[in-house]
Design a protein around this ligand. Structure first.
Ligand SMILES: NC(=O)c1ccc[n+]([C@@H]2O[C@H](COP(=O)([O-])OP(=O)(O)OC[C@H]3O[C@@H](n4cnc5c(N)ncnc54)[C@H](O)[C@@H]3O)[C@@H](O)[C@H]2O)c1
Ligand SMILES: [Fe+2]
Length: 416
């Protein structure tokens, strides 16, 4: 196998308990007037106020915008841009969950280039550098602090929409696991399951012919040597910590490993991309108003199953990184053991195991199929090429919680 790899990362990534206190000096390097983008929950936090005061003491004036709403409706981005303009911001600090970090990205973009959010939907629409951006996540989940994408909700669109560009990357990511200590078990589970899904989808995503144009034609350019490294690193840390962090939020070692894994998963999918589990979540999330992490994680074992014969060796490697004891024999057995282990882990942390449980109705399934297949930038990454009949099969199995129906279908296809 020839080695091909690409990374697109922040200029600085700092990880460690207490490292949020490195923020003031980074902020002073980034500008003199920083717009801080967060939500009301964090803005009311004493430790947060102290941190922003320390930025002020380093000679950087700050204005705090607290208007971020979870899942990111575009109106709150427009309000953040107005606040940034009125203040004359020359830099942006995003602090919070993925919604706050994505808001900070979009606000940095619009402050630098003007126009409306919709002007930049899709890939490669950002014309140049955004305002210097520093991101501090408070969940172990999206990896947004290191990725080149922001995901938002536009009332004019049925589904959530992304802005993806190599310019949409933070200048500095500061990952301090202490910021996640306040995450309740359900948020830890849902955001951590999102991170695990990022790593699994990045590691199993389709590999593309490494032509010279590849990095210029795709923001998410498929499985490669760097993304593989980060994906396995992520799976190892998340596998050793997700359940522990959900069950005992005071387990600081688990909190630390989970955040390290989520950041590594962001580095993996930030170039490789995600695939069918993320594609199906878009319509499912819009129909059921359930969090992103719940939907992608619910779909993950079904997607692994339908893809099994297209990526069995990779699934085996994922199992080994998770610490699953592997059966002897054909690689398909190792792949099956991995899928079972992932399904067990997700069940143990409370992720629902069928679309029915999530509130999808049988009558909505054709729409789920059609809209999922319509998200070409994700579907094209799936290791098994997906058409209407395979998507029908996938969604029907996930609806009724019947993963075994996919085993039979895959085996039959292999035998024929
Ligand atoms: N840009 C990317 O690369 C990327 C990747 C995956 C998902 N996303 C997007 O990120 C968003 C999801 O982000 P998320 O899962 O981090 O959740 P979130 O940012 O939507 O936050 C969910 C809730 O948790 C609260 N919260 C955040 N941190 C907390 C803490 N430390 N303690 C207590 N409560 C806390 C928030 O205030 C909010 O009410 C979605 O909009 C999703 O589409 C982006
Ligand atoms: Fe995700």
């Amino acid at each position: 196998m020839t080695l091909f790899g690409a990374t697109r990362t922040p200029r600085n990534i700092v990880f460690g308990a207490g490292q949020r206190k490195a923020l003031p000096q980074f902020a002073a390097r980034a500008g003199r007037r920083a717009l801080v983008v967060t939500d009301e929950r964090l803005a009311a936090d004493r430790d947060f106020r102290d941190l922003i005061d320390a930025v002020g003491a380093a000679g950087v004036e700050t204005r705090i915008f607290t208007g971020v709403i979870a899942e990111l409706p575009v109106e709150c981005i427009a309000a953040g841009v107005e606040a940034g303009k009125a203040f004359g911001a020359d830099s942006v600090i995003g602090i919070g969950g993925g919604s706050c970090l994505d808001a900070a990205k979009a606000i940095s973009l619009l402050l630098a280039h003007g126009g409306a959010t919709a002007d930049y939907y899709g890939e490669f629409k950002v014309p140049g550098p955004i305002l210097p951006l520093i991101s501090l996540p408070t969940t172990s989940g999206t990896g947004s602090e290191v990725t080149p994408v922001a995901v938002l909700t536009d009332p004019d669109r049925a589904l959530k929409i992304g802005i993806a560009s190599p310019y949409l990357i933070s200048e500095t990511a500061i990952c301090d696991p202490e910021l996640t200590y306040s995450c309740p078990p359900s948020l830890t589970a849902v955001s951590g399951a999102d991170a695990l899904t990022h790593a699994i989808e990045a590691f199993t995503t389709a590999r593309r012919e490494p032509s010279a144009g590849l990095v210029h034609e795709h923001v998410f350019l498929g499985k490669n040597a760097f993304s593989d490294h980060y994906a396995l690193l992520a799976i190892e840390h998340i596998g050793a910590s997700l359940r522990q962090a959900v069950e005992n939020g005071n387990d600081h070692v688990a909190r630390e490993r989970l955040m390290f894994g989520a950041m590594a998963a962001g580095l993996a999918f930030g170039t490789a991309g995600t695939a069918a589990a993320h594609a199906v979540q878009y319509p499912v999330g819009a129909m059921t108003h359930t969090p992103h992490g719940t939907g992608v994680a619910l779909m993950m074992p079904y997607v692994m199953q339908i893809n099994r014969d297209w990526c069995a060796p990779e699934l085996g490697e994922i199992g080994r990184a998770l610490g699953v004891s592997m059966p002897d024999g054909p690689v398909e057995l190792a792949a099956d053991a991995t899928i079972d282990a992932v399904a067990d882990l997700l069940r143990a942390i409370g992720i629902p195991s069928s679309l029915k449980e999530l509130g999808v109705t049988r009558g909505q399934l054709p729409t789920v199929c059609e809209q999922s297949l319509g998200i070409a930038r994700l579907i094209k990454n799936n290791p098994r090429p997906l058409d209407v009949s395979s998507m029908d099969l996938l969604v029907a199995a996930a609806f009724s919680g019947d993963r075994a129906s996919l085993v039979t279908a895959a085996d039959k296809r292999k035998a024929s």
